[in-house]
Design a protein around this ligand. Structure first.
Ligand code: NAX
Length: 329
């Protein structure tokens, strides 16, 4: 029997967590032979609701679950954590500017970054889902003194899946035929789903879908606005699909990537790749190596159309960084 891996999930009484926790507990994220300790963080008003979630987890009698801790204390929640999945954050309310939201959530991620550095395992990985996830992740990174910057990630896997699904529908092929899909930039409406380097059945997308105008307009805007379309249709934001993407991101980060392919995740830029500015959390094509390390895929051609889109999303990330400058050490 392997030693248990400790997974901390914040926002554990929320909608995404309600799909996510049961699948982690069932072994879908870290493997069917990997025991887990679940540490669940919530804010005090949601502890009763969290108690109900814990009762349901207990009622599943998952053999891989060795212990469940439910708490409102970040120090207790992050104690010994190997994976910190930061799902919880305060939603944007009517009349709130992006800067207001950044400020409110930013303070949460200052505290959580510090609590992670003080309590989690020294090689823990931090994965941010709560929005604005790129900049929240940057704040956590800056405040988690002593942890390597390459251990911080934010989620664009859901955007990648949305893009793959749109391309598959247009081409009339199963979604599994679509590979090499990069989301560049910010998890926001400026993100760029890069059809120029993606493939369908091993061929360039542009060889299979001749409607270039559709690719440059409808495809991109459908992916960029899919979150809002779900809210309009369902009356609530993506939850099961977001949980699936969160689970799959961690799975992708711990599993060697299939030869020739990559996946999208946001990580810390060093300023040496694709002309991306240094010091932001930016979505890029990423591979997991056999030794568990991660590599940004290099050498992809970036045409003028892509360049403009990627630069626009990075500009937004730089503006967000400037908005929270006082929270970055
Ligand atoms: P919910 O509002 O259902 O749940 C969030 C939970 O977080 C609540 O239970 C709340 O009490 C808790 N929380 C708030 N502050 C906390 C803190 N300081 N510590 C611990 N818990 C705290 O939202 P849900 O639908 O689960 O979405 C969670 C986050 O994911 C939101 O920020 C949402 O915007 C973001 N998303 C990110 C996506 C991505 O692709 N990166 C896609 C889906 C989703 O929109």
């Amino acid at each position: 029997m392997k030693n248990p891996v400790t997974v901390t999930v914040t926002g554990a009484a929320g909608n995404i967590a309600y799909s996510l926790l049961f699948r982690i507990a069932a072994g879908e994220m870290l493997g069917a032979d990997q025991p887990v300790v679940l540490k669940l963080l919530e804010i005090p008003p949601c502890l009763d609701k969290l108690k109900g979630v814990v009762m349901e987890l207990e009622d599943c009698a998952f053999p891989l679950v060795k212990e469940i801790v439910a708490t409102a204390d970040p120090a207790e929640a992050f104690k010994g954590a190997d994976w910190c999945m930061l799902v919880g954050s305060v939603p944007r309310k009517a009349g709130m500017e992006r800067k207001d939201l950044l400020g409110i959530n930013g303070k949460v991620f200052v505290g959580q970054g510090k609590a992670i550095a003080e309590n989690a395992s020294k090689d823990c990985k931090v994965f941010v889902v709560g929005n604005p996830c790129n900049t929240n992740c940057l704040i956590a990174l800056h405040n988690a003194t002593g942890l390597p910057s390459q251990n911080f990630f934010a989620m664009t896997q859901l955007d990648e899946y949305r893009a793959k699904s749109q391309l598959a529908a247009k081409a009339g092929v199963p979604v599994s035929e679509v590979t090499n899909m990069t989301i560049w930039g910010n998890h926001s409406s400026t993100q760029y789903p890069d059809f120029t380097n993606a493939k369908i059945g091993g061929k360039p997308v542009t060889d299979v879908i001749s409607d270039t105008e559709w690719l440059k307009t409808t495809f991109i805007s459908t992916v960029q606005k899919r979150g809002a379309a779900i809210i309009a249709a369902r009356g609530a934001s993506s939850a099961a699909s977001a949980a699936n993407a969160a689970l799959m991101t961690v799975k992708n980060l711990v599993t060697p990537t299939a030869e020739g392919d990559w996946f999208s995740v946001c990580s810390f830029t060093d300023g040496t790749k694709y002309g991306l500015p240094a010091g932001i959390i930016c979505s890029m094509p990423t591979r997991t190596n056999a030794d568990g390390s991660h590599t940004i895929v290099e050498g992809l051609p970036i045409d003028a159309f892509s360049r403009e889109k990627i630069d626009a999303s990075c500009k937004e990330l730089l503006e967000e960084r400037a908005d929270v400058a006082d929270l970055l050490k």
